[in-house]
Design a binder for this molecule. Structure first.
Ligand SMILES: [Zn+2]
Length: 460
């Protein structure tokens, strides 16, 4: 297992240029080939969907239970103490890019298939280990799988945490075009945020020198906001720390840059939205200029708790509270758009959030996507089987986890995120020195084996 995991880690399966039979690049193709050739060596049935995904399978039952993993990894940025694309074992811990996300899981899942085969275990279902090649950049692999392959009767997805993640909020992304008022007299461009699912931590605006705001700045001779008492005092009235705002004079405009703190959109309260500071700055110096939707933004949106401000805050025990994040802002002199991410519990509907945003901002929908909640009740036989599998191996009471994040499980039908990370050990996925304890992988192996045997009995 260790030697196979080492070969998987050595294939630096970061997304690259599309090639024949390698839609996500040659390195991911190489890693998939390591998996498929190992499975073939074990005598398992395999399938390669032109490099989108592959699978290995044991058994001959009519329907199939899957363990769905992904073989692509994020780039090895940051300062590593060990080579990221080689497996290092030190003090009972494996290090390397992908050991926890998700190649360690692939290694133990394939080992499990091998053991079922060598012991000739009789099962009602076929057991399939699916290996997707594009989880980190949009899960196109599973789109392909769902379009052309057999849906599993049930699937466990070892791409999250133990004991079991049975509830994931719905995820709404919506971009609204909003009215500009006289903004085009004042501003050349506004640009902030790269993704809807991150609290915006950087935004800039290019301010015309001859507008009302530009004239105010010119009259005050401002080079830098923190050097200017008058501007600092005004900002303080609007609860904006001048240190978060920089103002520079360019030849044809003033460039104002605001910084905040990024955070995942599933918990926007942990961040500090830079867009709100820019809005306050512009509002503070605009006098009675009609700044269009920027004014509505300030009055109805700018808050650590946007859902509350919009009066759509709600929560339930099964899935948690409704959250809204403003991730992106764009103004090119003509078009003004705002992009939101909302995480929606079972008790709310996405249209409620969309309607509230549209009416607060007088907006029109430019684009909108919605990924519904994933929820399997705690008392369902499947979740009970997974919890029992966990408890028997770990010797502790299992429990259900709810999350605002979306796991890989939502890209497959009848799937649930189950391990491989245990509480109390930071695996540093996506960071430098990604790691997993060797004993945790062994435990995960025993849990998955236990779970497959139990699920085989209860899944119809
Ligand atoms: Zn992952």
């Amino acid at each position: 297992m260790k030697e196979f995991l080492a070969r998987l880690i050595s294939a630096p399966s970061v997304k690259g240029m599309s090639e024949t039979n390698a839609p996500f690049g040659a390195d991911i193709r190489k890693a998939l080939d390591v998996f498929l050739s190992e499975a073939e060596k074990m005598g398992l049935k395999t399938f390669d969907c032109d490099g989108y995904y592959g699978w290995a399978e044991y058994g001959d039952g009519e329907s199939m239970i899957a363990i769905a993993c992904h073989i692509d990894v994020v780039p090895a940025t940051g300062n590593w103490d060990y080579p990221p694309f080689a497996l290092t074992e030190k003090d009972g811990v494996y290090y390397g890019r992908g050991v926890a996300d998700d190649k360690g899981a692939i290694a133990i899942a394939l080992k499990l298939l091998g053991e079922l085969k060598s012991s000739d275990t009789k099962l009602t279902h076929r057991i399939r280990v699916i290996v997707g090649c594009d989880e980190e950049s949009g899960s196109e692999c599973m789109e392909k799988y769902n379009a052309v392959d057999e849906p599993p009767a049930f699937a466990i997805v070892p791409d999250a945490d133990f004991p079991v993640v049975n509830s994931e909020k719905g995820i709404l992304h919506v971009t609204l075009a909003v009215p500009i008022g006289k903004l085009d007299n004042e501003i050349i461009e506004i640009y902030g945020g790269e993704r809807p699912n991150i609290v915006c931590d950087k935004v800039y605006a290019k301010i015309k020198k001859d507008g009302v705001i530009g004239t105010y700045i010119t009259q005050n001779g401002v080079k830098n906001t923190s050097n200017c008492r008058k501007i600092s005092d005004t900002l303080a009235k609007f609860s904006v720390n001048p240190k978060d705002i920089t103002l520079e004079e360019n030849e044809d405009c003033y460039l104002i840059s605001c910084v905040g703190i990024a955070s995942h959109a599933m918990c926007p309260k942990n961040g500090d939205n830079a867009i709100f500071k820019l809005v306050s700055f512009l509002y503070a110096f605009a006098n009675d200029v009609d700044l269009g939707a920027l004014v509505c933004l300030r009055e109805k949106i700018c808050s650590k708790d946007i859902a509350k401000k919009l009066c759509i805050d709600c929560a339930d025990d099964e899935s948690g509270e409704l959250t809204v994040n403003l991730g992106m802002i764009r103004f090119d002199g003509k078009n003004f758009t705002l992009t939101f991410d909302s995480r929606i519990p079972l008790c709310a509907k996405p249209d409620r959030v969309k309607d509230a945003l549209i009416s607060a901002l007088d907006g029109k929908t430019v684009s909108s996507t919605y990924s519904p909640n994933l929820y399997i009740p705690k008392h369902s036989p499947q979740i009970q089987a997974l919890l029992a599998s966990y408890e028997e191996v770990v010797g502790e009471k299992g429990y259900c986890i709810k999350t605002g994040g979306g796991t890989y499980a939502r890209s497959l039908p009848n799937a649930v995120a189950f391990g491989p990370a245990f509480e109390g050990f930071e695996t540093d996925i996506h960071n430098a020195n990604e790691k997993i304890r060797v004993c945790d992988l062994d435990k995960a192996y025993n849990i998955y084996k236990n779970a497959i045997l139990k699920l085989d009995k209860i899944i119809i």
